[in-house]
Write a protein that binds this ligand. Structure first.
Ligand SMILES: Nc1ncnc2c1ncn2[C@@H]1O[C@H](COP(=O)(O)OP(=O)(O)O)[C@@H](O)[C@H]1O
Ligand SMILES: [Mg+2]
Length: 458
């Protein structure tokens, strides 16, 4: 069985855009993502909601694994999770990202629409749209898959087959493709694309086989319902080519969506008490939202990564260190060394655990690292260190803050300002000319936080 490590190996996912519809105050929310994105805004502007939307996305995986029956219970029911309590509305979350694997690279988006009906959590629809190298969409609903492609694309492959041959074969599917540009693929063996990735991971050992089998699986369901076997020889060869060119990008798009859902780390309220408790570690590779499985994740990773140790040395001085140790009854815990003194869990400041969690997330190449109120328990110098690390990492950071000390470390282009519109819907804004702001601030002799928090931004 492969785990997230094996699947992520050699696959690079870069998230570029997040869209959310109808989740809490995010009625229609669209955010272009930079390497670092720090969300600011008054109380109630939707900072926490923006980060919780990511949490909902992650919870879909728990649902598909059967570990979560209704993710909306996190918000005490659908009514609280959906825009203005309108339970007739579905919630949609959508990512744009690129996936690179071996010599192939695709620009893709994955959109999932969820809702609650009859008190049950429902996935209404998933949509993988490939934007490049070719345009194709695979839409998955509970009862059908639908392939949507441009007619021009089809015609490119068609030219190899004569019109008469197509007519002779009276292929309904091809007529449909030509007329509507959409093909319904009925009786799909897999209800959900994301579930298909999960199932593949359960039985495959590495990335190559996960991608390979996903590809074959999607290919089979498409070609079967196209009736490929029944076609003329030329036609089936042509369509085989077409299928192959279509299905590989779709496969990478689906695996990319899974990596975003699984690998994203969202830190909410950290359970420092649980982290301090010595435990028998389980094999776990993803840090949970409250950080409580930190010791398990560190134990599963093996050695404490150099990046983590370096961050401790930066904060605590060069002669400090951090190590996993075991109690006499074999339970693991984290011990810090501050020069000559040893810090056992009860004496470790909260901020050190938070720093270890953030650094570990970076080390694990989390596609997104999100953290509400990043300033909690962290000194400004430590935050500066983490922020620099994100800037030089392959992860995307989404942080929310109220702290002027954090704002003053940022570059104007890294700031996202939330405001509510007249309806009460959260809308993100960025500075239109970030380069000019730095120059202006210099001239005015004010800090960035003063500029933003005391009226400079209008
Ligand atoms: N279901 C909902 N529909 C519309 N707005 C909501 C919903 N639930 C919460 N909100 C709005 O979101 C606000 C809280 O947003 P939040 O993200 O917690 O703010 P903050 O920026 O302080 O973190 C509330 O003031 C409320 O106006
Ligand atoms: Mg908040």
């Amino acid at each position: 069985m492969a785990d997230i490590d094996e699947v992520m190996k050699g696959i690079e996912v870069k998230v570029k855009k997040l869209r959310v519809r109808n989740f809490k105050s995010l009625k229609d929310f669209e955010l272009d993502l930079q390497r670092l994105n720090v969300i600011i805004g008054p109380n109630g502007s939707g900072k926490t909601n923006s980060i919780e939307a990511l949490k909902l996305f992650k919870m879909v995986l728990d649902y598909l694994r059967g570990e979560e029956i209704n993710p909306f219970l996190e918000w005490w029911g659908y009514k609280n999770a959906v825009w203005k309590g309108d339970e007739n509305l579905p919630i949609t979350i959508d990512f744009e990202y690129s996936v690179t694997y071996k010599d192939k690279s695709v620009d893709s988006s994955y959109e999932i629409t969820v809702a609650e009906s009859d008190k049950e959590f429902k996935i209404l629809e998933e949509r993988i749209s490939i934007l490049s190298p070719l345009e194709v969409t695979l839409l998955a609903r509970s009862d059908l898959w639908k392939l949507i492609l441009k007619r021009e694309l089809l015609e490119k492959y068609y030219t190899k087959v004569s019109e008469e041959e197509i007519i002779k074969l009276r292929l309904e599917v091809l007529d449909k493709l030509k007329a509507n540009q959409e093909v319904e693929i009925k009786e799909s063996p897999h209800r959900y694309l994301m579930k298909l990735v999960l199932d593949m991971i359960k039985i495959m050992a590495d990335t190559e086989s996960v991608v390979g089998f996903m590809h074959d699986n999607i290919c089979d369901s498409i070609s079967e319902s196209l009736g490929l076997d029944a076609m003329g020889y030329h036609l089936s060869i042509v369509l085989d080519d077409l299928l192959d060119d279509l299905v590989y990008p779709i496969t990478l798009g689906a695996v990319g969506a899974y990596i975003i859902a699984e690998g994203t780390i969202i830190l909410g309220r950290i359970e420092y008490k649980a982290i301090r408790e010595p435990i028998h570690p389980k094999r776990e590779l993803i840090i949970s939202g409250d950080g409580s499985n930190l010791i398990s994740v560190l134990s599963s990773v093996g050695e404490i990564p150099e990046r983590v140790v370096n961050s401790i040395k930066y904060v605590f001085g060069m002669d400090s260190n951090v190590r996993l140790e075991t109690t006499s009854d074999g339970r693991a815990y984290l011990k810090f060394y501050d020069g000559k003194s040893e810090l056992n869990p009860p004496s470790v400041p909260d901020g050190l655990y938070k720093l270890v969690i953030l650094e570990l997330a970076l080390e694990r190449n989390a596609p997104i690292i999100a953290c509400d109120e990043i300033e909690n328990s962290l000194h400004a110098r430590t935050i500066r260190y983490v922020i620099d690390e994100i800037r030089n990492s392959s992860s995307v950071g989404i942080f929310a803050t109220h702290s002027p000390a954090v704002i003053d470390i940022l570059r104007p282009e890294e700031v996202v300002i939330l405001e509510k519109d007249q309806e009460g819907a959260t809308k993100p804004h960025r500075f239109e000319k970030p380069a000019e702001i730095s120059a202006k601030l210099n001239k005015l002799g004010v800090t960035f936080s003063e500029y933003i928090l005391y009226g400079g931004y209008a």
